[in-house]
Design a protein around this ligand. Sequence first.
Ligand code: NAP
Length: 281
Amino acid sequence: MSALILDGKTLAAQTEAELAKRVAIVKEQSGGQAPILATILVGGDPASATYVKMKQNACKRVGMESIAVEMSEQTTTEQLLEKIAELNSNPNCHGILLQHPAPPQIDERACFDAIALEKDVDGVTCLGFGRMAMNEPAYGSATPQGIMRILEGYNIEMAGKHAVVVGRSPILGKPMSLMLLNANATVTICHSKTQNLPELIKQADILVGAVGRPEFIKAEWIKDGAVVVDAGYHPGGVGDIELAPPVDRVAAYTPVPGGVGPMTINTLILQSVEAAEKSLL
Ligand code: NAP
């Protein structure tokens, strides 16, 4: 069997071309004002700084602008809340991205939840999560929403399939599970206290690895014909799933890199453009 490569990089590039056109229309309709994403980076973590830069570059590629907010490592929750309130009330700011993780003294949940629903283009608020879970309009958490877009883009059948999600973080595993449930999959959610993980993974028609440990999910646990989605990215270019050996016996898989990563940023940008379009209605 030759596995289908779920090529997030190409899908993201195609979407960017469409988004550039939509951005041009927004600009035209708003007297030259491009959609604006505000990025908030707190502290000096180099990986976070790189992610924020990549998001700002993606904005540029489609003709959007960004407001780059950089705050010191010593920032307090109150100072961050004040900044978010300021961006919430700025009519020229259409989306707000607070880069995770914030330094430990910050109440990150309180800060995420302070983002106005209509500007929550990274899908991090409890309100947005709840609405998404209830199938009400809301921006999905960017990584799982990006994964759904890949699965839909490649016409992967989800209804009635057994999806196994390994990981239950607020930004990834948990929303991923509910999105798959809403797509009528039968969903098993696994985490660090799960027993018999290999047995559960062996039942997966659709497997999502979101564990944060390099090649933690072993090739021999994956059943023939499964659709394999790997959210992880670690030094050396490996993901959370040991992928190389089963590649010829799975039905489809996301490559690492070039699978989930590009679709996460692309989803953030897509949802920012949608927010700007809605602001004109
Ligand atoms: P996280 O917050 O660290 O969560 C990891 C999850 O894995 C937790 O729910 C944890 O369970 C579970 N886990 C840990 N050890 C386990 C074990 N032995 N067996 C089963 N489950 C276990 O990580 P995250 O933010 O969700 O990220 C997950 C992965 O996705 C990472 O590799 C990260 O780099 C990647 N990621 C990629 C993107 C992208 O854009 N491509 C974006 C975000 C994240 P507990 O809840 O019980 O602790």
